[in-house]
Every structure is written in structure tokens, then in C-alpha cells.
Design a protein around this ligand. Sequence first.
Ligand code: LMR
Length: 400
Amino acid sequence: VFAHVAQGPEDPILGVTVAYNKDPSPVKVNLGVGAYRTEEGKPLVLNVVRKAEQMLVNDPSRVKEYLPITGLADFNKLSAKLIFGADSPAIQENRVATVQCLSGTGSLRVGGEFLARHYHERTIYIPLPTWGNHPKVFTLAGLSVKTYRYYDPATRGLNFQGLIEDLGAAPSGAIVLLHACAHNPTGVDPTPEQWEQIRQLIRSKGLLPFFDSAYQGFASGSLDADAQSVRIFVADGGELLTAQSYAKNMGLYGERVGALSIVCRSADVAVRVESQLKLVIRPMYSNPPIHGASIVATILKDRETYNEWTIELKAMADRIISMRHQLFDALKARGTPGDWSHIIKQIGMFTFTGLNSQQVAFMTKDFHIYMTSDGRISMAGLSSKTVPHLADAIHAAVTT
Ligand code: LMR
């Protein structure tokens, strides 16, 4: 009965790792998926995560019971505080409904399904380009996906004019997906002044902002600075949604730990919204896993572990920034044609190189460099040892 089933394509991002794993070359480098690596090219488990896990193991009161449908209560409160700020009026007024979800993707999906069921406008505007999974997640959630201009290939920066025009032309009430910081794949964010203009436009048109926050702490190294875009929208008292992921900033990729928060107009509405989120979650996966959320809650609730985390997070962010400078310098040293200053101007985990899909294919074939076909490089996967090899590959790709 399944004989007619056609072979599905590999995922454009995770499929890069599949291809990388099959390559026997000793010089191969995986710059596809956005996953942090050390200078030695190894995945990193933060010391503070190991410490929290030890504390959990040593605590005999810890059991493996089901969590509530909404997840670990402490985790939800601490996650909302992390993104909105401890002094956020929305939190103080109990206007936020937060549920623990399966990392950023699960949070987007649950938020999308909630909106498809309960919000009057089904169209969501996503930036062009955006993370490849966004359109799939929202379409399957029951929303209709449209794009707004975001990136300008000519300047390798923000197409602010295009963004304002497209959101200005969106129907009133439409949902707008915004990357809270460190836009994926471009590494290009609006300035604080531009964010303020975007906020005014969104509020004046009654659009509904849905923030994807997958890199808090990775853009600037500061958790507060990277949440500023979200916080200006909370400060004006209006509604919004946020999807948070702890994959990158705590290195908890495989633990699948994240949170969806919906900021409402009143505590009363938030209670009802939460009750409906439970009805979305229960038939999908019943309730979320306990381990990752317990690690996050343990780290966030204690001053000392929280501070240790911020130091390790900053070290990851700084290593990525240093990779940007090393790659830029290496291309300059080779006299590689073109202006590569965007490598040091863009922020977060990725550089959107401007290389086209043929150049990427060439680099994979001749240099065993694995990256997504849109020319995105995960800077977090680079090290001082691999920068020269990448610079040679880029140089060859643009000169042959
Ligand atoms: C990425 O863009 O590489 C990450 O967000 C990982 C993923 O799931 O695609």
C-alpha cells in the first residue's frame, strides 16, 4: 500500500549535515546548520549546563512524572522574564500566557495553530528571505503565508524602504513575523531607530507582531540588548507573540526546549488564551519533556548560575565575532575580488555571503565545505584552523 510513496527531498538545512556525514574527506567543514562548535570543531556543552544537570541528578525529589500540558511553571515564568525583562509591566499585570514548547519550532507551530483557530486574520507576513522552515511551519499551522521585502542583495543590508512599503500595504490585522535579533539567514537587523519606525507602523495599522527569538545573547552578547526589539512592543501595551528557543544560547539543541508567550491586554484574557493553548498542545504531543526545561529553570533562577551562563554565552558570541574578523582578514590577504565588509557588519550566527548556488556547489565539490545553497555560512561552525581553507574556497569560487 505504500509502494507509490515518492522519495522526499532532504531538508535544505539539516540535509547539509546528512551530506557532510557521508563525505570521507579529512578536510571537510560543516558550515550548514547553525550549531556552535569550539575552536577544536567540537559541539559544546556549557559548564553551567553540566552543573545544573548534576544538581538535578543529586536532588532526590526529582521524579519523571508528566509535566502539565503547559510545561514546567518555573520555566515558563523565568522564560517570560528573560525575554520581556524582570520589570515588564505585562508580567507584573499577569497579562502574559506562556507555555513550554518543543524549542523555537514547536513554539512557532503552537502559536501558529492558536492564531489559525482564534485570530480573525489568517495571513502571516514573513521576511524575504527567512529561515526555510518558517513558511512550512505556518502553512501547516493553517495560516496563509506572504512575504515582505527585507534584504537588499545590492547593499547586503536591510531593504528598509521595501519593508516599510510592504508592511504598509498589508491588510489591517495581518500577522507579521519578526526576527527578534540576529536575523536568520542574513545576519542583518534593523537599527533601534528603524525598529521604532517598524513598531509605529505595525501598531498604527493594527498588525500583530510574532517574534521569533532564537538567538537572544548571540547578536550582541547581551541578553537585554538582544531583547530590545521585543521590549519596545511590550512597552506600548499592545499584543504580541514570542517564540523563544534555548537551542543556541544554552546549547540545548537536542533537548528541544523553548517557550511560546502571548502578551494580552488583560490578565483575564491571558487565562483564557492559556486554556486554548492547552487544547492545541494536548492532541499534538500531550505535554512537553521535563529534562531540558529543568536545566533552564535551574540556571535562570539562581543568581550565581545565571551569571555563569552569561559569561559562557558571551564567550560563544565573542568567538563568533572573532571568526568574522579572521575570515574578513583572510579574504583581504588573498586579494579576493569584491567587498567583504558585510562579513564583519552582519551579526549573530550567520554570514549571508552573497555566493550563489553554483559557487556553493563548487566549494562543496572541490573544497568539501558544506553550507546551504543560498550562500549562508554558520560562523559558529568555523575555527581559526578552518578559516584559511574557507577563504581559499571562497577565493577560488569567485575567481574561477
Ligand atoms: C539553522 O537555521 O541552521 C538552525 O535554526 C537549525 C535548524 O533547525 O534549521
